[in-house]
Design a binder for this molecule. Structure first.
Ligand code: CA
Length: 422
C-alpha cells in the first residue's frame, strides 16, 4: 500500500544528508541501547535514532502502540502489521519538515554515534534458503560439473535449518572456525578453515506465523514478511566440502551469521515491489501450493545488492554488484513451502534468502564463485589479492531499493571482520 509516507517530496527537519540510506520515506526499525541501559526499540532517520518507547511515554503516538514498543525487542511490533503502519504514519508526521512540537520529538532523538545497535528481534529460529539460482548453479558446477542443478531445484525452495544461537548484529567480529578439512590426496585434518568465505543474502524477518500443523497459504504468505535486512552467511568451504554429504550444511555455517541492525519494513518497501522474473522456457511452473498470481505480479523486490572487501588497514574494493531480482523463488513461496508440512514459524524468526548472485561474473556474491573455487585470485585495490578471507579482512554488505518516482532507500551496513581462530 502506497500512502503519504512514501511521497518522494517529503523532507524532515532532522538533517538527512543527500543519498543517505535512511530518508524520511524509509524509517527502518531497530533496537538500540545507551550506556548500560536496557535495549529499546527505535526508528532510524539519517544519522539519528528515534526512541519509540520515549514517544509513547510522551503521549506523542497512539496509546495502543505503547505496549508494542515497551520491550527490548521488536517481536511484538513485527507481529502486528496494522500497528507497524500506524507507527510509520505517526512518526513520519512527527518528523516531517512541517511538523509542530519539534522540541518534544527532538528530546527523543539520539545521535547514531551515541548508541549501540543490537539484534533487532529475539530470533526463535533461523532457516537459510538457496533461492539464488545463479549461485546454486555456480556452486553446483564446482561440485558436480555434469549436473550443476539437481532436479529438485526448480520444484522445491531448498533450505536448511540454521542456528539462531550464532546470529549476531553487524560489527561483531567473526572468529575463524576450526574444523575438519580433507585434502584431495590425504586423510582429514583438524584446524582453522583455510577457505573462509562470505555469502551476500537478504534477511527476511517474519511478522506472521502459524500454529503447528497449519500451513500458511501462498496467498497469505507475503503478508507474513515484516521486513528485510542484509545477512552474511559466513561459510567455511573446506569444512563444507567434506561434511555436506548427505545431510547438507552443518558446522561449515553454524559458527557465525551476521545481520544488519535495521529492518526495512514491508511498508517502506511497498514502492519497490516488482513482478517475479519469468521462468526461462522449459522450466516447470511451480506446483499449485506455491503459485499465486498476486505474488507473481508483485512478490519480488527492486533492490540492488553490494559487497565490499576491506583488508586490514587497506582500502575497500567493491567485489559484488547484484540484485534481489535474481531470486528464483519469492519470499512468499519460501514461507508457504516452509509451513506446507505443518512446521510452525513465529514472529521474529529469520529466513536467509540464500546467496543472491547475478548471471555475470561481477555479480557473484561469494568468493568461491568470484575466484572459480579458489583457483583464480581476485585483485583488490592497492595490489592485494584474495582467494578466500584472511584474518583482519572485513566484509561490508549494503543495498539500495530504487524505483522510478520514489525516493531511493537503503539498508545500512552489515559488517564483519575475521579474527584468528580461538
Ligand atoms: Ca547461505
Amino acid at each position: 500500500m502506497i500512502d503519504a509516507s512514501h511521497d518522494p517530496a517529503l523532507t524532515s527537519w532532522v538533517d538527512v544528508p543527500p543519498g543517505h540510506d535512511f530518508p524520511i520515506q524509509n524509517l527502518p526499525l531497530g533496537v538500540f541501547s545507551v550506556g548500560g541501559e536496557a535495549p529499546r526499540v527505535g526508528m532510524a532517520i539519517g544519522d539519528h535514532v528515534v526512541d519509540l518507547a520515549g514517544l509513547a511515554a510522551d503521549g506523542a503516538i497512539d496509546p495502543g502502540l505503547a505496549p508494542l514498543v515497551a520491550g527490548p525487542v521488536l517481536n511484538p511490533l513485527l507481529a502486528d502489521a496494522a500497528a507497524r503502519r500506524l507507527m510509520r504514519t505517526q512518526v513520519s508526521a512527527l518528523l516531517v519538515t512541517s511538523a509542530t512540537h519539534r522540541t518534544a520529538t527532538s528530546s527523543r532523538l539520539w545521535s547514531r554515534d551515541d548508541v549501540t545497535l543490537d539484534l533487532p528481534a529475539a530470533i526463535g529460529d533461523y532457516t537459510d534458503f538457496y533461492v539464488g539460482i545463479h549461485h546454486a548453479t555456480a556452486i553446483g558446477k564446482l561440485f558436480r560439473p555434469d549436473q550443476p542443478l539437481l532436479p529438485n531445484y526448480k520444484y522445491v525452495p531448498i533450505g536448511y535449518h540454521g542456528r539462531a544461537s550464532t546470529v549476531r548484529v553487524s560489527g561483531t567480529p567473526v572468529v575463524r572456525p576450526n574444523g575438519q578439512r580433507k585434502p584431495p590426496d590425504g586423510p582429514p585434518t583438524y584446524g582453522p578453515s583455510r577457505r573462509l568465505d562470505f555469502e551476500l543474502e537478504l534477511a527476511i524477518w517474519l511478522g506472521g506465523g502459524n500454529a503447528m500443523g497449519q500451513a500458511i497459504d501462498i496467498a497469505d504468505a507475503g503478508a507474513a514478511v515484516a521486513g528485510l535486512g542484509l545477512l552474511n552467511d559466513w561459510s567455511a568451504r573446506d569444512l563444507q566440502a567434506w561434511e555436506y554429504v548427505p545431510l547438507g550444511p552443518f558446522l561449515a555455517k553454524s559458527f557465525a551469521t551476521t545481520v544488519s541492525p535495521w529492518i526495512v519494513t514491508a511498508e517502506a518497501l511497498a514502492p519497490f515491489r516488482i513482478a517475479q522474473a519469468e521462468r526461462p522456457d522449459g522450466d516447470p511452473k511451480p506446483l499449485d501450493y506455491l503459485w499465486d498470481s498476486r505474488d507473481q505480479a508483485a512478490g519480488a523486490f527492486a533492490i540492488d545488492l553490494f559487497a565490499d572487501l576491506i583488508p586490514a588497514g587497506g582500502a575497500p574494493t567493491r567485489i559484488t554488484r547484484s540484485a534481489a531480482r535474481h531470486m528464483y523463488w519469492t519470499a512468499a513461496q519460501m514461507i508457504a513451502h516452509h509451513t506446507s508440512n505443518g512446521c510452525a514459524l513465529n514472529p521474529g524468526d529469520l529466513l536467509g534468502s540464500g546467496t543472491i548472485s547475478g548471471p555475470s561474473p561481477e555479480a557473484a556474491a561469494s568468493l568461491v564463485e568470484l575466484t572459480a573455487g579458489g583457483g583464480a585470485p581476485l585483485a583488490l585495490a592497492g595490489g592485494a589479492a584474495r582467494t578466500f578471507l584472511e584474518d583482519g579482512d572485513e566484509v561490508v554488505l549494503t543495498a539500495r531499493a530504487n524505483n522510478d518516482g520514489y525516493a531511493s532507500i537503503g539498508f545500512g551496513e552489515c559488517r564483519g571482520t575475521v579474527i584468528p581462530s580461538a
